[in-house]
Design a protein around this ligand. Sequence first.
Ligand code: URA
Length: 207
Amino acid sequence: MDSPVVVSHPLAQIHLTEIRRVNTTCGQFRWHLQRLAEILFIEATRHLKTSAIRVQTPLAETEGAAFARPIVLVPILRAGLGLQEAILPLVPDAIVAHVGIARDEATAQPMPYYSKLPSVLAQADVFLLDPMLATGGSACSAVNQLKEAGATSITFICVVSCPHGLQAFAAQHPDVPVITAAVDDGLNDRCYIVPGLGDAGDRCFGT
Ligand code: URA
């Protein structure tokens, strides 16, 4: 298994603790998820390519940095939207693509049902967003779609992962780095991550 980047920053772990807590309210869950998403995105963009540009300050001209390539955020519907909401203000010109993948609750197999991808994928730095890497089925399916559409630089950001999902994902997509706040123990018989945080979409949207 390729190693994920596990973000152990104390603030990341404090926000993670609050979203794990069973009696965290929906509003609190969203707020802490968003703060955690910001931290994960900052880590995920640590090696982002920038272009040197000149900038005029009130006092002098100096060197600055600009995005070298378009940024594309790809939340996997629906829970990925909770991450995208926090990340977009950090990169306000980012393109937002969407991939809809439902999970067959009986088999835990991914069922793609929607995809709206931009034409610039081949030139872009693409960030795939989904809070949970459980079996790896949805993430693998989404990356397959992105690669088929031309993406070559993809980073996957998830909040909680587990060894099974990480192995399955790395086996299919060893070129896609995974940024996460936790590698949990494993999956239960319904393919939920344990200890995990429950159903991320339900907790984020109050359903
Ligand atoms: N999806 C979730 O929302 N939670 C899990 O534990 C696994 C998949």
